[in-house]
Design a binder for this molecule. Structure first.
Ligand SMILES: Cc1cc2nc3c(=O)[nH]c(=O)nc-3n(C[C@H](O)[C@H](O)[C@H](O)COP(=O)(O)OP(=O)(O)OC[C@H]3O[C@@H](n4cnc5c(N)ncnc54)[C@H](O)[C@@H]3O)c2cc1C
Length: 398
């Protein structure tokens, strides 16, 4: 068995672990990423690639997303590999007048927080999106939203982190975390031997709960399953992301006026044209444990919902389907934090449906915390111990 050492060991080679590795290595830290399967083989390859502010709670959540959007634009210039970055903005469409009122309220609150939001009327929708169903009354736009190919981005980060000296180890599951008598981090045990370190970052997404159990923590992250349909190339239906306003309600647990069959699986339209004009169509939200198998009933319902908004999709061939597990926390914010009772142990997980959006800001903040320098956003709302202070779910107002 080998024994090696590193200043920082990151557990998990998903988009979050790779972003941390990139920023930490760039700052001169000696980093090893330990991934039990392939890099980006977890949720980071079972998702869409949206870097969104449009679906964030106005305030800290949306400010954090704006910061991440800025950092991803920097990545597009500095990583040196193409990851299909585009920043065309995105829109939410409303199905009813009641949703239009809620959307107006959402836009007012986002604009007050300084974000570039605006309402769209039926004419605006029709002129940009002739393929949208004619009865939709309008929607709203966030002008800064961007999109990436999340797998290409993960591999671009991996290459850049390697160039700064990070060591990336795949097919190497962490089996135990070693503590000394004062419960300080001493190292990690992997299938290929021990890695000695004083700093471990748990970036294992939905598996971070299991990693937490290795040091006696009960990390409040649960898998929230989501499905995606990949439709064939077709004539251009639109160039940017469209979601239905009800997506926000599904995400934050609000009440929608849709048929129970859609509500049962949290189904709301998410339509993303990729760089090569395939369409990624989603999405669903379910608490179904760690079972990530595709459920044909959910696929059928997502297709039905998508055709309600884009009738033309009825003709577009379906190429494949997949499902992934979002790492959900009770207050919809990730945990990006030290754990005070275990010196040297950090958590960077729980990004639910926002891990691609928030990877950049998470990696930057975590590297700043490791260096002990001021962070680029306030980190108090992301603390691990907040769940002890304020038990219960945060209500998002529409
Ligand atoms: C259908 C769907 C659509 C989505 N769309 C978007 C979107 O458009 N925009 C957005 O921002 N987010 C989106 N998300 C959410 C996003 O995909 C996740 O938040 C993000 O991928 C989480 O990244 P991660 O690095 O934390 O986790 P992961 O990518 O799951 O990485 C964790 C890694 O830890 C590894 N691991 C686990 N246990 C061990 C161990 N013992 N030892 C070593 N390694 C271990 C795993 O193998 C895995 O590779 C979507 C998610 C889904 C399911």
């Amino acid at each position: 068995m080998n024994a090696e050492s590193a200043e920082v060991v990151v557990i998990g080679g998903g988009i979050i672990g790779l972003s941390i590795a990139y920023y930490a290595a760039k700052q001169g830290m000696d980093v090893i990423v330990v991934e039990r399967g392939e890099l980006a083989g977890g949720t980071s390859s079972k998702c869409d690639g949206n870097i969104l502010a449009i679906d964030k709670d106005p305030g800290f959540d949306s400010q954090m997303s704006l910061k991440s959007q800025e950092l991803v634009a920097e990545w597009a210039r500095e990583l040196g590999e193409e990851f299909e970055y585009r920043a065309p903005g995105s829109i939410l469409v409303c199905e009813t007048e009641e949703e239009m009122l809620a959307a107006e309220n959402w836009v007012i609150r986002q604009r007050e927080a300084g974000l570039p939001f605006r309402m769209l009327d039926q004419k605006d929708l029709r002129s940009e999106w002739p393929a949208l169903a004619e009865d939709l009354p309008g929607g709203l736009e966030c002008a800064t939203d961007s999109t990436v190919n999340p797998v290409l981005l993960a591999y671009s980060l991996a290459s850049a982190a390697r160039r700064y000296g990070a060591r990336l180890r795949n097919h190497m599951p962490v089996t135990a975390i070693l503590l000394d008598a004062k419960r300080r981090i001493r190292g990690v045990e992997t299938a290929a031997g021990t890695i000695h370190t004083r700093t471990v970052i748990n970036a294992a997404g939905v598996w971070s709960k299991h990693i937490g159990q290795m040091v006696g923590l009960d990390i409040p992250i649960e898998p929230r399953k989501g499905h995606i349909l990949v439709a064939s190339r077709w004539e251009s239906i639109g160039k940017r992301k469209v979601m239905e306003f009800g997506y926000l309600m599904s995400k934050f647990g609000g009440k929608r006026s849709v048929e129970p069959k859609f509500e049962q699986y949290g189904i709301a339209l998410v339509f993303e044209p990729t760089a090569s004009q395939n369409f990624l169509i989603g999405s669903s939200r379910q608490f179904a444990g760690m079972d990530a198998r595709v459920d044909q009933e959910v696929i059928q319902l997502i297709a039905e919902r998508a055709i309600r908004f884009f009738p033309v999709l009825k003709q577009v061939p379906l190429l494949r389907t997949y499902a992934g597990l979002r790492p959900w926390t009770p207050d919809h914010l990730p945990i990006v934090s030290a754990v005070d009772e275990i010196p040297g142990f950090y958590v960077a997980a729980g990004h639910e449906g926002d891990g691609i959006s928030l990877a950049a800001v998470t990696g930057k903040v975590m590297s700043e915390m490791l260096k002990g320098v001021p962070t680029c956003i306030p980190v108090d709302p992301l603390r691990y111990d907040r769940f002890r202070r304020e038990a219960g779910r945060q209500e998002v107002v529409f």
